[in-house]
Ligand binder design. Structure first.
Ligand code: ACO
Length: 403
């Protein structure tokens, strides 16, 4: 391992690594990934075990504190994150300022950043108690803010959180309850949502987490840093892929057209890519996708969905791509976004909300990464260098002498 700081001090050289394909930006004890072996560990615990045996609030605690909670600690943490589920009533006026057809990610980005103006008391990032309160607030409020974006878009009244429900139950309640008719929460769907939250909770130094760290490295307000993470997550090459998967399936339209789209994905002159396939780090399989594939079939079975055209296309696409030389050679497997989109669609979550659900879950990882960075003795403002390829120095030309 090259000590870059030493190399730079001795030679004045720095590394040029566009897209950071081989540069570590920090030390971290939160998440370990072995992309070749398809391993994902949070604080040492395999993701498959967490997804099967744990629940989302417990995983949030693990990411933040480094250890699984005792029964007492779990109860206290659950109390902490349910205590903070409400948002200031004034926040609802923010929503009314948005167009009804605004994308919910645009709304979430705006209102999360706006929380920094409501919680002045948690802006002292040098105080560990305030850092923890900000973390609880963010994890607790994200489902409320997300569901408010949805309710606003469909013209329904905002629903207040219910603190007697679990994290996942409360989210489904916030999304689907209407005053005239309380929503009956199906335990299989609830478990699927909780599992999706666990599987998306953290993924080490991906684009959005690195954005949160970089924004936070200047000492910025944590709510504003998370808003920066939401902005980064929105792109179709990152969290926006689950939405893009559904759009792609709709565009394909019928199973007979799949070969045409497979050919397009292989054609280097065509910008089209198979959404939900491939990953920067996983070059064998995505362990999260394997868990979700099973969950996807459980949900479809529970809902008795046997002839949903988009799901038929998805299953057929998966089958054909996994047998195609192009995808095999490049190690392109379905990633977590491929299956999460299908599950969300089956549960009745609108496509524009897919990335928002990813953001709810990833808030746990973002805030854990932010906290780890702030608490690191090496904490410094992030400042990448560049390789300048522009003009050399030249003299200013007055306007009347330019042609
Ligand atoms: N469809 C077709 N070809 C692909 C795809 C795809 N989905 N993904 C990669 N390739 C090809 C590339 O064209 C390239 O081919 P080449 O070697 O012949 O030039 C090769 O596979 C390597 O691809 P890169 O773009 O270099 O891989 P990178 O690691 O930079 O990209 C990424 C990873 C962005 C995820 C890419 O696979 C992709 O765009 N996938 C579709 C979008 C998606 O599903 N994103 C979600 C990621 S998971 C997440 O954020 C939770």
């Amino acid at each position: 391992v090259v000590d870059i700081r030493k190399l730079y001090a001795e030679t004045g050289y720095f590394t040029y690594d566009p897209a950071f394909t081989s540069t570590a930006s920090c030390e971290s004890q939160i998440t370990y990934i072995d992309g070749d072996k398809g391993v994902l560990l949070h604080r040492g615990y395999p993701i498959e075990q967490l997804a099967t045996d744990s629940d989302f609030p417990e995983v949030c605690y693990l990411l933040l504190h480094g250890e699984l909670p005792s029964a007492e600690e779990k109860e206290q943490f659950t109390r902490d994150i349910t205590y903070h589920t409400m948002v200031h009533e004034q926040v609802s006026t923010f929503y009314r300022g948005f167009r009804r057809d605004a994308h919910p990610m645009a709304i979430l980005c705006g209102v999360t950043g706006a929380l920094s103006s409501f919680y002045h008391d948690s802006t002292d990032i040098t105080d560990p108690v305030q850092r923890m309160i900000a973390s609880h607030r963010l994890i607790a409020k994200m489902p409320t803010l997300a569901a408010m974006a949805y309710k606003y878009s469909v013209g329904q009244p905002f629903v207040y959180p219910r603190n007697d429900l679990s994290y996942a139950q409360n989210f489904l309640h916030l999304m689907f309850s209407v005053p005239a008719e309380p929503y009956t929460i199906n335990p299989v769907l609830c478990r699927a949502i909780d599992r999706i939250f666990i599987l998306h909770a953290d993924h080490e130094q991906n684009a959005s987490s690195s954005t949160v760290r970089l924004a936070g490295s200047s000492g910025a307000n944590p709510f504003a840093c998370i808003a920066a993470g939401i902005a980064s997550l929105w792109g179709p090459a990152h969290g926006g892929a689950n939405e893009a998967v559904l759009k792609m399936l709709t565009q394909i339209g019928r199973p007979e057209r799949i070969p045409e789209f497979i050919e397009r994905a292989k054609n280097k002159d065509d910008p089209f890519r198979l959404m939900g396939f491939g990953h920067r780090v996983y070059k064998n399989f995505d362990p999260r996708a394997q868990v979700l594939r099973k969950t996807c079939h459980e949900v479809l079975g529970e809902l008795g969905i046997t002839n949903e055209p988009l799901l038929d296309i998805a299953m057929e696409l998966e089958r054909i791509a996994l047998e195609d030389e192009y995808f095999i050679e490049r190690k392109l497997y379905p990633n977590v976004d491929f299956y999460s989109g299908i599950i969300f669609k089956a549960i009745g979550i609108p496509v524009s909300m897919f990335t928002v659900l990813f953001a709810i879950a990833r808030t746990a990882g973002w805030i854990a990464q932010w906290k780890e960075m702030i608490e690191s003795p090496d904490m410094k403002i992030g400042r990448p260098r560049q390789l300048y390829t522009g003009r050399p120095q030249r003299d200013y030309v007055p306007l009347d002498r330019r042609n």
